[in-house]
Design a protein around this ligand. Sequence first.
Ligand code: NDP
Ligand code: MG
Length: 381
Amino acid sequence: MKQITLLGATGSIGIQTLEVIRLHPDHFSVYALAFGKNIEKALPLIKEFSPKIVVVQDKTIKKQVESEFPDIQVLLGTEGMIAASTAADVDVLVNAVMGSVGLPATLAAIEAQKVIAIANKETLVTAGHLVMEAAYRYNVDLLPVDSEHSAIFQSLNGEKPDTIERLVLTASGGSFRDKTREELKGVTVEDALNHPNWSMGAKITVDSASMMNKGLEVIEAHWLFHIPYEQIDVILHRESVIHSMVEYKDRSVIAQLGTPDMKVPIQYALTYPDRLDLSMTKRLNLEEIATLHFQPMDYERFRCLKLAYQAGKEGGSMTTVLNAANEQAVELFLNGKISFLDIETLIEQALESHQTIAKPDLETIIAIDQETRSQVCSYLK
Ligand code: NDP
Ligand code: MG
């Protein structure tokens, strides 16, 4: 029986993680649940899974949870997420919060030698060097939840890095894959949130539309698999059937396929190195799909992807800036303050004005993250 701490329980990945846990009561139990502000969604989950610890984002919500569940310990904010992730009884941390706010808990859980199922890609983009160094030092498994990285992880199957020619990440293209740059000028928040293949949280859905999601994933892949950026490619694949692939030096290409359902990579991260049934997910029917399409990426059309490669190759604190500027810009877009194309302009401005620090420590990363967010907001004034 694995005891799980789940950060981001009320989110898209959080809810699907709980669906997987519900399917296998003999294998998994919930030790702690953390969420932000969505108390309506959280209360029934706390009732159903009766965790030992609940972590919330603000004091009013803390009081509400305490009055409903007097026997459950309720903790607050980042300190609370760290305590819930490092408790002695926890076996696995599923980090599914949105944004760089998930970083301190990931690092603390690594130091406490927990297995980490990582959905929170912003953690790796903002501080990949710290996370990977810690994972190496404490000999901890960092298991990918992101579907592309789960596909690569499964396709790698323990092969040596020097046998790899390249990693190929597939991209569905997001909500605006058929629009020209001219057509992108008038798009609304509602249009952006209408993803053709996947149902996800608002921020990552906008990231998919801007292709920044793929950019963040390239950086995530660089850190998780220790592969240089020159050996990571992206290909447009509308059907999201091939979730990503590895090309080896002997020209063999190994890919992982399946219907687009996040429960598959979530469950694999929880069961690794074993596999369990997941009969609620539709089987892949290639005869029904009949044709798969592939197109080269257009880096001028999808400028955010180009910016991500540039920031990744520059390295150091540049990816911290990329991530923070993107988080802030997407929030402004979702709140109706800026247009869709302003997202990339704001990110570009933030990157251009930053002097790279080669190996920033956690304190520096948190400071740069905050500065970048205020800077992006100040460009608006
Ligand atoms: P959602 O927006 O659906 O959920 C985010 C979760 O994080 C919610 O539970 C939210 O709580 C919580 N949260 C947000 N801010 C804070 C905070 N400051 N403190 C504590 N909790 C917080 O996001 P997704 O589930 O879509 O994505 C989560 C992560 O997984 C992201 O990093 C994303 O890139 C990654 N991912 C998601 C995929 C998907 O299919 N959705 C696919 C691959 C990766 P509340 O709502 O209660 O405020
Ligand atoms: Mg993905």
